[in-house]
Design a protein around this ligand. Sequence first.
Ligand SMILES: C[S@@+](CC[C@H](N)C(=O)[O-])C[C@H]1O[C@@H](n2cnc3c(N)ncnc32)[C@H](O)[C@@H]1O
Length: 486
Amino acid sequence: MSTFSESCGENLCPEEENTSSANEGRDLTVTIGATVPTGFEPTAAEEVRQKIGADARISKDRGRIYFQIATDKLALVHHLKSVDNLFVIVQEFENYEFKDSKEDVMSDFQQLAPQLPWSDALEVWRMNNSLKKRRGRRRGGNSSKPKPGKGEDAPVPATEEGDAADLIPAEKGQSDAPQAEEGEGDQAGNLEKEAAEDEANKTLKFRVTCNRAGDKHCFTSNDAARDFGGAVQEFFQWKADMTKFDVEVLLNIHYSEVVVGIALTEESLHRRNITHFGPTTLRSTLAYGMLSLCNPQVSDVIIDPMCGTGAIPVEGSIEWQHSFFIAGDNNDMAVSRTVNNVNHIQKRSQDAGSAPLSVDTVQWDLCHLPMRTSSVDIIVTDMPFGKRMGSRKKNWDLYPSCLREMARVCRPGTGKAVLLTQDKKCFSKAISRMGGLWRRVHTVWVNVGGLVAGVYVLKRTGSVYGTTPEDVRPPQEAPNSGKDEQ
Ligand SMILES: C[S@@+](CC[C@H](N)C(=O)[O-])C[C@H]1O[C@@H](n2cnc3c(N)ncnc32)[C@H](O)[C@@H]1O
């Protein structure tokens, strides 16, 4: 283990760490890591290019992208729609050489902690905290979002082979300094100063979260988190706290790649726009990815005919404000959840002085849509998988009927559909019989709650509805009629 003075090279000495708030405002260039829904890494990279002007690198560890920013762009990073969690990189090792015995690997990890270049990443972490506090005050109080309910997304400090995008860091406890209300003038300024001083003087609480994937490691993620964490604690003299932590240090190990980072988000950003959750609410980030695949244009009519809680139209109407969205479902509870979610975002946009969002909610049966033929530009929906929602047996009738009705309302030649399902066999069979109406463009494979699902991108053929053999509704098909076909 290096001595205190040895480790102060380009690293941050514990003393410096307490006083470096004086450096705030210094422009740094750092690498940001983001977890994104698996399969949608290219969509996320494109969003980063468009909104931040940075070229993102897609990690070989699926579900992650990395990009460099100057710190004046830090606030923009939090507005990305395709990212679940954000972190700033302390150091990356592309080809880390793990020793053969667990003891040796752990000893290397212990020696690594004091040698890492922590200072820039910690400064970005601090800037990020100030941003969050400012944003919290603008919103009129506490910046923290509602905590996830019991049984949802519990804190997972160490994961093996987990889906990166599904790792949702725990909420922090009461670590944020008290928030001043807007309009309190000097008093607010004093409070801010006091809070900053308190922050600088207090002993930080931290935890290390290790994500590990790879079958050749002789240690577990818990081993790595514990031993690396011990060395971090010794170096910074921080206090370990698994639940009420200020700093979350990330140790991501993917085969021979090791990345050490500091988390910039407390809870996954995928929850940002939904207040009324249902049994199968889609992550906002996945909804954004599906919508991006069809590249919505000004004045496009976009429907989600099986909207559930409305994650897709809610996300779409916020991002593509010049398109028009219709959310529909046949279930009254789903419709009322969507109405509540839409009202919530309408209120938020009204409070921000923005124009109302173009989104309507309807109760309907997708197999008999109350819409004119060829009146819709884009259909984006998340179909019942037949597991938590509906049944596999019912899908054999539902999928062909809904593909036919979607083809009726969708504009021939230009219309598109992006459909998510995990019932791949049933979907493949149904779409193979609709060649005259739909052309399959490509499929993105995604992980939805641990299940591999397909996001099918379809293009409406130029055939006028009513002129192809596929328009005819066949007599009821037997549920197992597709056994011979994948
Ligand atoms: C997988 S869920 C959609 C979840 C949704 N994306 C969300 O974020 O909550 C599928 C939805 O399809 C609806 N559904 C099933 N059959 C339908 C039909 N014939 N017409 C309209 N909606 C239907 C169900 O009520 C359910 O809400």
